[in-house]
Design a protein. Structure first.
Length: 153
């Protein structure tokens, strides 16, 4: 007979975390939400973006970079793990989609990037970060997406 084990909470969101959610109806709306948040970014801020392929993470980062004062062209960093967009606040854009090995994550130099500016990580739920604000993108069919912002993490 197996011994019952304590149920471990695997959620990345602490019980005390409050959630804010909104629905966007187009890529432009998601980008605009990113821009609003980008305007508030400070060095040391870490945003972790979660959600399936095509959910709108890169679209959000495009707005985020603009809000942070960059006019850089934002695309998924397919071959580069990190792209840096200089602006009012430097924004480092990381995409962990192809990263399978923990060592690669260590090589990221996340602490150094956070010293230089803000950091946004696509597939950020793969990152075992001690801090960071999780934003989840959920496709609702068609062009609708639910964005869930975890505050206070
Ligand atoms: N409400 C919406 N918000 C964001 N993108 C939308 C929305 N409606 C349609 N789209 C479209 O969905 C696609 C989202 O692509 P995007 O590259 O931003 O996703 P992603 O989450 O970064 O995907 P990946 O995991 O492949 O990196 C774009 O083609 C965009 O135009
Ligand atoms: Mg992407």
């Amino acid at each position: 007979m197996s011994t019952p084990t304590a149920r471990r909470c695997t959620s990345r969101i602490a019980a005390t975390t409050t959630l804010r959610e909104l629905i966007t109806n187009s890529a432009a709306e998601t980008e605009a939400e990113g821009e609003k948040l980008g305007a508030q970014l400070k060095p040391g801020d870490l945003l972790l973006l979660a959600g399936p392929l095509g959910a709108g993470k890169t679209t959000f980062v495009r707005g985020l970079a603009r809000g942070a004062g960059s006019d850089a062209l934002v695309a998924s960093p397919t071959f580069q793990l990190v792209r840096v967009y200089p602006g009012r606040v430097t924004l480092a854009h990381v995409d962990l989609y192809r990263v399978k090995v923990a060592a690669e994550l260590l090589d990221l130099g996340l602490d150094e990037l956070l010293d230089e500016g803000a950091v946004v990580v696509e597939w950020g739920d793969r990152l075992v970060a001690k801090h960071g604000r999780l934003i989840t993108f959920e496709p609702l069919g068609g062009d609708r997406r639910r964005l869930v912002f975890a505050d206070g993490s």
